[in-house]
Design a binder for this molecule. Structure first.
Ligand code: UT7
Length: 306
C-alpha cells in the first residue's frame, strides 16, 4: 500500500524585486545578498489564498483529475490570510471543492509535514489528496529590517497525491521538532519575522544531514543512489554545507532561491517543479526531499519518481 504523485503546479507573483531594488531603501547590496545567501531576486505579492489557488489549479490540470475526485485538501502555510478561518477552506471554495480542508503550520518544513499528513490520510481511507504549500511571507516582513527583508518572499506549489495499493513513490519519511529552539525564528501576533540567522544556519545544516541520512537508511538507498536533492531554499551556503557532508555534489541539488528567495512551505515544490520542467529527474530515479524551519522543525523523505 502506498501513495503516488500525480501532478504538480506552482503559483508565483508577477512582481520581481531585485537585490538592487532592495538596496535603494536598505543598507545592503546586491553583492552581499548574492555572496551570503545566493539570492538574486524574489517574487512579491498575492496572498496565501490567491497563490495557493493558482498552484492548486495547475496541479489539478497537470494530474488531469476531476474536482469531485479530491477527498481532502491539506495546505501548508506559515502565513495564513487570517488567524481564523484557516486559508485551506477559502482555497477549496475558490477552486469549487467542498471536501475537508485544513491548514498545517510547520514553518519551512510545512510542505513536508503536509505530505506526511496526506500520506496518513490516504492510508486511512481517502483516495486522492490535494497538497499545497503557499506563503505570503512579505506581509510579515519589516521592510526596514535588512536581516529578513533580503531573504523572505512569496509563492506557492502544489501536488496531487493518490492512494495506490500496489506500491509507493514515497519510500521513507523522517520528521522531527526541537521546541527548545523556538525562539530562534519567530513572528509574534501583529509583529514581524525575527531570526538569529547564525544559529538557525548552524542547526539547519545539522538537522538536514541527520534526517537525510536516516531517510536514506530507512529507504534502503545510499547518497550515491540519489539523482536529485530537493532542499528547502533558505541559503545556498546551507545547501552546499549539507550536500558536502552528505557526499552529494551540487550538480545533483536543485537551487531556485536565486530567483525566488526563501518561500518557506512553498520552496520544496517550487524547486521540484523547476527540476522536473528542466528534465532533471526521470522515472524510477530517486530524489531526496529535505526541509527545516522555525520550531525548529525538520523533515526528509526519499521519493522514487514515477
Ligand atoms: O527558512 C529557514 C530559516 N532561515 C534560514 O535558514 C536562514 C539561516 N541564516 C542565514 O541564512 C544567514 O545566517 C544569514 C543570511 C541570515 C546571514 O548571513 P551570515 O553570513 O550569517 O551573516 P552575519 O549575520 O554573520 O553578518 C555578517 C555581516 C555583519 O556585519 P559585521 O558585523 O561583519 O560588520 C552584518 O551586520 O553582514 C552584515 N549584514 C548585512 N550586510 C548587508 C547582515 N545582514 C546584512 C544585509 N546586508 N542584509
Amino acid at each position: 500500500m502506498g501513495v503516488r504523485f500525480k501532478g504538480w503546479g506552482t503559483g508565483v507573483p508577477e512582481r520581481v524585486v531585485t537585490n538592487d531594488e532592495l538596496s535603494q531603501t536598505l543598507d545592503t547590496s546586491d553583492e552581499w545578498i548574492r555572496e551570503r545567501t545566493g539570492i538574486r531576486e524574489r517574487r512579491i505579492g498575492g496572498s496565501a489564498k490567491s497563490l495557493g489557488v493558482e498552484a492548486a489549479g495547475k496541479a489539478i490540470a497537470d494530474a488531469g483529475v476531476s474536482l469531485d475526485s479530491i477527498d481532502f485538501l491539506v495546505l501548508a502555510t506559515t502565513t495564513p490570510d487570517r488567524l481564523t478561518p484557516a486559508t485551506a477552506p477559502m482555497i477549496a471554495a475558490e477552486l469549487g471543492l467542498s471536501c475537508p480542508a485544513m491548514d498545517v503550520n510547520a514553518a519551512c518544513s510545512g510542505f513536508m509535514y503536509a505530505l506526511r499528513t496526506a500520506q496518513g490520510l490516504l492510508e486511512t481511507g481517502n483516495r486522492r489528496i490535494l497538497v499545497i504549500g503557499s506563503e505570503n511571507l512579505s506581509r510579515w516582513v519589516d521592510w526596514n529590517d535588512r536581516n529578513m527583508a533580503v531573504l523572505l518572499a512569496d509563492g506557492a506549489g502544489a501536488c496531487i497525491l493518490d492512494y495506490d495499493a500496489e506500491g509507493s513513490d514515497i519510500l521513507s519519511f523522517v520528521l522531527g521538532t526541537d521546541g527548545t529552539a523556538a525562539d530562534l525564528l519567530t513572528c509574534e501576533h501583529g509583529g514581524f519575522f525575527e531570526m538569529d540567522g547564525k544559529e538557525v544556519f548552524r542547526r539547519a545544516v545539522r538537522v538536514v544531514v541527520d534526517s537525510a541520512e536516516e531517510a536514506l537508511e530507512r529507504a534502503g538507498v545510499t547518497a550515491q543512489d540519489i539523482s536529485l536533492v530537493v532542499p528547502h531554499q533558505a541559503n545556498v551556503r546551507i545547501i552546499q554545507a549539507a550536500a558536502q557532508r552528505l557526499g552529494i555534489e551540487m550538480e545533483r541539488c536543485v537551487v531556485v532561491l536565486d530567483r525566488y528567495g526563501n518561500t518557506s512551505s512553498s520552496s520544496i515544490p517550487l524547486a521540484l517543479v523547476d527540476a522536473r520542467d528542466h528534465g532533471r529527474i526521470r522515472p524510477d530515479e530517486y530524489a531526496l526531499l529535505t526541509g527545516f524551519g522555525a520550531g525548529m522543525t525538520w523533515a526528509s523523505a526519499v521519493v522514487r519518481w514515477s
